[in-house]
Design a protein around this ligand. Structure first.
Ligand SMILES: Nc1ncnc2c1ncn2[C@@H]1O[C@H](COP(=O)(O)OP(=O)(O)OP(=O)(O)O)[C@@H](O)[C@H]1O
Ligand SMILES: [Mg+2]
Length: 501
């Protein structure tokens, strides 16, 4: 299954060339002389840098050739890795998670860590990954037109990848177009695990909480079937979810915060993250995947000379996100709207706030939609939007060529209440993916991944830089040993995590 194209028989051959051509053109466009840009890349004799293909907040990524095998690879440079403990922890976590996920067909494989010239003092760390042709941000920004089949294949792949990652008890927490890499054959690879984390060891496991609610709803459905009652309507399901969440309200509100607040890039951030709920979970990645799906659906055109202009707009392009990153210059409308001094001090509302932009598209939430919120002030914050008589934008108007099935799945993935968002199984069985499913791609991890060195609940004291450096050195040595036993072709045989467990 590894790098085979599972969709060659699904993509219409008449459609495939433009997609592959567009990717090739992008690559030619970037191949200008950048030799100066990577003259300071200390990657050793075995690697030759070809060009920079991506810049991120923690460093840059370059396409390179592994000289002994002539294999095309990607090298990520983590700059000044020991400058800041929190940043260092993210970089180390990324390496450990990638290594632990090396068996997944939908994540970028880590192939090597380049040995720094002097282990006693080095600032930058370079790790080598398999090379992937492009990413969804580049595709969305390009003039490329997509068919609905492309969107189906890409989103199905993305959901299969997230299903695997979640089955290992990992939340990605930064699903966005630039972190979803894509090959010519539409096979996707999820990258950038800098914000990801394993939830193994948390007292309240967010995967279990969500699964329990889903299972109870399933049980109610089964009982109704036996009693020959009609299936639950969406509103009835929402009421049941509300009852279950209400019964745990106190416990949820009193929970210690174990997961960081500042996760997911703003436009792809789910309401529960914006509202700083302590118990956010797998549904945050489903929300982000829904945002990506909307961006891809924009790129469908009915026919070649269709006058509808393709937009490259995110669905929810907020400019600030209260309270994590408030709009410092924005008008504090809540002071006018609520008249409640305390709330207005805590929850200023501006038109470009991420939550305002979301509600402008999906509409004001009902009591049931808000049942996951444990903070009363957060509820009154949202109610202020009700008083503003929102102009409800319809998702359908924005995506004129999306099918009914695509819109139905999209709206479900963008449910305000995370417990109403579909599970991966519910997504897979949705009619949007009919005729497309390949059960072998919906595989799950054989065990949970626990990054004990960093994430375990038992680790009380925050890690120090010297402890983190020790972990980095262990990983450097791990790949040195692999090179030692396998020789230069080690790069052709990615590390198999499950074999060593
Ligand atoms: N294996 C790869 N093959 C090809 N290109 C890649 C690969 N990995 C990353 N890239 C490119 O580099 C970009 C940045 O990589 P990545 O997201 O890992 O960096 P980051 O610093 O963590 O980014 P961010 O700004 O999202 O935090 C990606 O968007 C993609 O374009
Ligand atoms: Mg990134």
């Amino acid at each position: 299954m590894e790098n085979a194209n599972p969709y060659s028989s699904l993509i219409d051959p008449t459609e495939q060339p433009p997609f592959a051509d567009a990717l090739a053109a992008q690559q030619r466009g970037r191949a200008s002389d950048q030799s100066d840009a990577f003259s300071d890349w200390l990657v050793g004799e075995d690697y030759e840098i070809v060009k920079i293909v991506g810049q991120g907040s923690y460093g840059s990524v370059a396409e390179a050739i592994h000289r002994p095998t002539n294999k095309q690879v990607a090298i990520k440079r983590l700059e000044d890795i020991f400058a800041d403990t929190e940043d260092c922890k993210k970089m180390v976590r990324e390496i450990l998670l990638l290594k632990a996920l090396n068996d997944c067909a939908f994540t970028t494989k880590i192939l090597d860590i380049i040995e720094p010239p002097r282990l006693s003092e080095f600032r930058d760390l370079y790790f080598v990954m398999e090379y992937v042709d492009s990413d969804l941000k580049k595709i969305i920004k390009s003039q490329l037109k997509l068919s609905e089949l492309h969107v189906q294949v890409i989103i199905y792949n993305l959901l299969c990848g997230l299903n695997y990652i979640h089955s290992a008890q990992i939340l990605h927490r930064d699903v966005k177009p630039s972190n979803i890499l894509i090959n010519e054959d539409c096979h996707i690879k999820i990258c950038d695990f800098g914000l990801a984390r394993s939830v193994v060891g948390l007292k309240s496991n967010p995967f279990k909480v969500r699964q329990d609610i889903k299972e109870k709803i399933k049980q109610i459905e089964t009982d109704r079937k036996v009693q020959r009652h009609p299936p639950l309507t969406e509103d009835q399901i929402k009421s049941h979810v509300k009852i279950m969440l209400d019964s745990r309200q106190k416990e949820r509100a009193a929970m210690d915060r174990k997961l960081s607040d500042h996760v997911v890039t703003r436009w792809y951030r789910a309401p529960e993250v914006i509202l700083i709920e302590k118990e956010y979970g797998p549904a945050i990645d489903v929300w982000s995947a829904g945002c990506i799906m909307a961006e891809l659906l924009q790129k469908i055109q009915a026919h070649a000379d269709d006058p509808h202009t393709i937009k490259n707009q995110p669905l929810f392009p907020g400019k600030c996100c209260f309270p994590l990153s408030p709009d410092k210059n924005g008008t504090k409308k809540s002071q006018v709207a609520s008249g409640d001094e305390e709330n207005s001090r805590k929850f200023p509302v501006t038109d470009w706030d991420q939550l305002a932009v979301i509600l402008g598209v999906i509409g004001s939430p009902s009591e049931e939609d808000m049942s996951f919120i444990t903070d009363k002030l957060a509820i009154s914050y949202i109610r202020q939007y009700d008083q503003k008589q929102l102009q409800l934008g319809s998702i359908k108007d924005r995506l004129p060529y999306a099918s009914e099935q695509a819109l139905d799945l999209l709206q479900k993935m963008l449910s305000f209440n995370p417990y109403m968002r579909p599970s991966f199984q519910e997504c897979f069985t949705h009619p949007f993916f009919e005729n497309l499913r390949k059960p072998e791609l919906e595989s799950i991890a054989s065990c949970s991944i626990n990054i004990k060195e960093i994430d375990s609940d038992e680790v009380r004291e925050p890690l120090t830089l010297s402890q983190l450096k020790k972990i980095v050195l262990q990983e450097v040595k791990f790949f040195r040993n692999k090179r030692g036993t396998e020789g230069t072709s080690h790069i052709l045989k990615p590390y198999k995590p499950y074999e060593s467990r």
